[in-house]
Ligand binder design. Structure first.
Ligand code: SAM
Length: 254
């Protein structure tokens, strides 16, 4: 839940259409009453990641329940193709959560955890990461919540990329060894890209060699310094979105 331009923005996993009444769960109702002191009659902004953004009005509200009446659609749902993706090698919990939060703010459409040779041990907590993505979407004014994919092995991920399942989406593998090309030489419009950053220990030579065989992959360079994985993800996505034109879009399309 977040406030933007004075209005409270709420993600709600229910269908949104004119006149529909939606009931909030106890957590969101409690936040509205105890933190925001919201009253019946006040406006809210609601989105579900599928139907754009809606204006709602509080019809009834108590400490653990609230009913919102949907009044009108304010923003359409943007096309998924406008959003880059982020693939990241398994990172420690804090770094992974930061990457998910910042990547959501920066407008990604999908987030893909990848298990590489030097990934941190253990599986990502997808439920926790989804909650973080929802909070970042509420706070940043997005109506899209990025999908967080189940973790894949490096080999499976690379093989998928070869099989054209992501036809047209180019994999930009951040290579800190200096063998990559600057993004400015590559990015052409808000085309479909997926930025892939490695783990704290970096990609192995075997992984970098295997990547070089993939026709749908370009190794990219993020400057002369060695960045933390989360810094590489944030910097790389910012450059992609700026060069690709997403930052010149009106705020109606996020
Ligand atoms: N093990 C590496 C080392 O010590 O040289 C550092 C890996 S770095 C912490 C984590 C990931 O961030 C890298 O695998 C790469 O994907 C990305 N990265 C960091 N700095 C980069 C740079 N200057 N150019 C491209 N990618 C970079």
């Amino acid at each position: 839940m977040a406030r933007q331009h004075g209005a409270t923005r709420l993600y709600i996993d229910q269908n949104l259409d004119p006149g529909r009444k939606v009931d909030l769960g106890s957590d969101q109702s409690r936040y509205l009453t105890s933190v925001l002191r919201a009253r019946a009659g006040e406006e809210l902004l609601l989105f579900n990641g599928r139907d754009g953004e809606w204006l709602g009005r509080i019809e009834t509200i108590k400490s653990r329940t609230a009913t919102i009446v949907l009044e009108k659609n304010l923003r359409a749902q943007p096309e998924p193709a406008d959003c880059p993706w982020l693939a990241y090698a398994g990172a420690k919990r804090g770094a992974a959560e930061m990457m998910v939060q910042k990547a959501t703010e920066l407008g990604v459409g999908q987030i893909l955890p990848i298990n590489t040779a030097r990934s941190r041990p253990g599986k990502p907590n997808l439920e926790r990461l989804e909650t973080i993505a929802i909070g970042a979407a509420e706070q940043s004014g997005r109506v899209t919540v990025p999908d967080i994919a189940a973790e894949q092995t490096y080999d499976d991920f690379l093989a998928t990329w070869s099989r054209q399942e992501n036809a047209g989406r180019i994999l930009l593998m951040a290579d800190e060894t200096g063998a990559g090309r600057p993004l400015a030489e590559i990015v052409d419009g808000v085309a479909a890209y997926c930025l892939f950053v490695g783990p704290e220990g970096g990609f192995t030579k075997l992984e970098l060699d295997a990547a070089a065989q993939n026709s749908n992959l370009i190794k990219v360079d993020l400057g002369p310094r060695i960045l933390r994985a989360e810094t590489a993800a944030i910097a790389g996505l910012a450059i992609l979105q700026s060069l690709g034109g997403n930052w010149r879009l009106s705020r109606d399309r996020t």
